[in-house]
Design a binder for this molecule. Structure first.
Ligand code: WTA
Length: 644
């Protein structure tokens, strides 16, 4: 574990009194504490009870009613903030749009009217497959306004991945764009949506946003241009107050099986928790210019681009394109152009930009930056130091924020909005108020300081998922069965003697490639649909920028002849099946996969081969394979790989 560095902020007094007191109260009197936070929002009806906890199902603010779009736009459009900037939009080609809160309010109303005119009702699912353009947050808020439930599907996903998600959530309405700009190319989104619709025939209406002006096929009666629909839209649609546990959205994420999980978030608990956590972590002020570089297709985009910042009336930057287009200083250029004060990004992006060198930053004035944030993967101390020194000019706090799609809000992070704690590069520091995090051993007992264990959460929290869409058993099994009474995050962690948390990556079969969650099972299933593949196993390999990369071990069908061309074909097949984020770094052909007697694939053997590391300690054979089996498989696989 890296030692605390000798940075100037380490001279602060420790322990930090204000934060400790605040935290203690949140754990000792959680209901009073969260009710206080909830009063910071506006409710159409106040709750009767703060929490109904029927483990593992929590209902927060029972009886309360509110509307998320009201909180994010109406509340500001009623005040002086109507002329404040809500969104600075920067297109990849350099085009820009500035939306004030009053413009955002009008747009959300008009888009909501479009949805109502099409027959969308409270509780209906609306799938959003859009690039990072203002229409995406506007549609999210328009759904929330009328009580419809949005499901955003990352625009980098393939037709199959889109069809699976749309089919699972049962969406009859899909919003997409003609195309998207990416690294100067035009990506045909509508064409992919058409392919997905052929696979998932539930879709009745497709709304098409014009972004690139490229030609698209329009199916009469099904496909409609947004511009035509807006011609008949009203400027005002009353926000519908919904019950606190009415779903705000379903967002798909990867789990340990091949089927993606539809994480369902509530409206009341989610908004309360996000609103509070966002303030604690980012210390947002009226004059802040906040830029979160995530794609809105992930939870970071939902909570930390749309719902929390807008509920705070913040000015946000929304950037459509790639970080290195047209040149590798594009981000530094954007920071200078808009005077960004808070930059929230991922370790993968930091490592990539670090690779291009500091000379690109030196050309820009980054003095507006006050706070830096990181999310999605563990940040290594070298990247942390670079971020601190070159981007933050050695004067900014870095908030390393740990959370998950399922937690809804940031859970473990420094909280400069309450009180600064001494930072330790590479540690997410301490749990935020209301978060009872612990590291436990195999048996669920608290692990001693410095010992690796499983990260669990021992109390329900308002932002927690309501469940998995249509699958309460899977919800229970995936999160609440491994350690009775506690939520299993699926992460390994260490807590040091100061109580700081050090995240050590996933303990399950979930990969984190450039911060994107992918499941080995989902990739394996996709590889296995290639006509020349008999079966496949997928493991991760450590990667210097992406965190983890994908290595595929494939057993070919008898008739197939191994070749580099076939490896390329399998890689293409995977990109097509899931999307470019699932591109493998390496495809290896093997004659058989190492297995236990009960048929389970021995991943640790594959992982050791892929990473070129020794097989390691064989004393704990939880895989019910003998030491001889393991070493024989290891030797054999290494030989096959070396030959190839
Ligand atoms: C990982 C992203 C280390 C972790 C918001 C978690 C992190 C998974 C951090 C959730 C961090 C997220 N340090 N690891 N600061 N933040 N993770 O659902 O493995 O896409 O379980 O949510 O990302 O990924 P998800």
């Amino acid at each position: 574990m890296p030692a605390p560095s000798s940075l100037p902020f380490e001279t602060r007094v420790w322990p930090v009194k204000k934060l400790k007191d605040f935290y203690a109260r949140s754990i000792e009197q959680p209901e009073e504490f969260w009710a206080e936070q909830a009063h910071k929002l506006e409710w159409s009806r106040t709750w009767d009870r703060v929490l109904d906890w029927d483990p593992p199902f929590a209902r927060w603010f029972v009886g309360g009613k509110l509307n998320a779009s009201y909180l994010c736009v109406d509340r500001h459009a009623k005040t002086w903030r109507r002329s404040k900037v809500a969104i600075y939009f920067e297109g990849e080609a350099g085009d820009s749009r500035v939306l004030s809160y009053s413009t955002l309010h009008r747009e959300v109303n008009r888009f909501a009217s479009v949805l109502l005119n099409l027959g969308v009702k409270k509780g209906d699912s609306v799938a959003l497959y859009l690039p990072m353009i203002p229409e995406l947050p506007v549609f999210m808020l328009a759904c929330a306004r009328i009580g419809a439930v949005h499901t955003v599907i990352f625009s980098g996903f393939s037709a199959q991945a889109l069809a699976d998600r749309v089919g699972d959530v049962g969406a009859r309405f899909l919003v997409t764009a003609d195309g998207a700009f990416r690294r100067g190319k035009v990506i045909p989104l509508k064409a992919t949506a058409d392919e997905a619709t052929a696979l998932s025939p539930l879709i009745e209406k497709i709304i098409v946003v014009t972004r690139t002006g490229m030609p698209v096929n329009m199916t009469t009666g099904r496909d409609l241009r947004l511009d035509d629909l807006l011609a008949n839209a009203l400027d005002h649609v009353e926000p519908v107050p919904v019950e606190a546990d009415h779903p705000l959205y379903v967002l798909y994420t990867s789990g340990t099986t091949g089927k993606p999980k539809g994480v369902v978030h509530s409206t009341g608990g989610y908004m309360v928790h996000n609103y509070a956590a966002y303030q604690w972590v980012f210390n947002i002020r009226e004059e802040s210019v906040y830029w979160c570089t995530a794609d809105a297709g992930w939870v970071t985009g939902h909570s930390c681009i749309v719902y929390a910042p807008l509920a705070h009336g913040a000015a946000i930057v929304l950037y459509e394109g790639a970080p290195d287009f047209p040149a590798v200083d594009r981000w530094w250029d954007i920071i200078e152009k808009y005077g960004v004060t808070i930059l929230y990004t991922s370790p993968t992006a930091i490592k990539m930009l670090m690779g291009h060198g500091e000379q690109w930053l030196a050309r820009h004035d980054l003095s507006s930056i006050e706070l830096l944030g990181s999310v999605g993967e563990p940040i290594n101390p070298e990247a942390w130091q670079w971020f601190y020194k070159y981007v933050g000019g050695e004067r900014c706090t870095i908030v390393d924020t740990w959370w998950q799609t399922e937690t809804g809000a940031i859970m473990i992070s420094p909280a400069p909005g309450i009180e600064c704690v001494p930072m330790k590069p590479g540690s997410a520091t301490l749990p935020l108020p209301g978060v009872d995090a612990a590291v436990v051993d195999e048996a669920g007992r608290p692990a001693p300081p410095g010992q690796r264990g499983y990260l669990v959460l021992r109390k329900p929290w308002p932002g927690m998922l309501l469940g998995l869409y249509g699958d309460p058993q899977r919800y229970q099994a995936a999160y609440w069965s491994r350690f009775p009474g506690a939520y299993n995050t699926g992460d390994y962690a260490i807590q040091d003697s100061d109580g700081y948390f050090w995240m050590l990556g996933r303990a399950d079969e979930v990969l984190k490639v450039s911060g994107h969650r992918l499941s080995t099972a989902e990739i394996e299933a996709a590889v296995a649909t290639h006509p020349r593949v008999a079966e496949a196993a997928v493991v991760s390999r450590e990667h210097s920028t992406k965190g983890e990369s994908i290595v595929v071990f494939a057993v070919l069908r008898d008739s197939a002849i191994p070749s580099d061309r076939l490896k390329g074909e399998i890689a293409d097949h995977l990109r097509k099946a899931i999307g470019p984020i699932a591109s493998p770094d390496e495809v290896d052909f093997v004659t058989r996969l190492p297995r236990t007697r009960s048929g389970k694939v021995l991943r640790r053997v594959l992982k050791a081969v892929a990473n070129d590391t020794p097989l390691g300690d064989l004393s704990t054979l939880e895989d019910e394979a003998s030491v001889e089996d393991l070493t024989r498989s290891y030797r054999q696989l290494k030989q096959e790989r070396a030959k190839a």
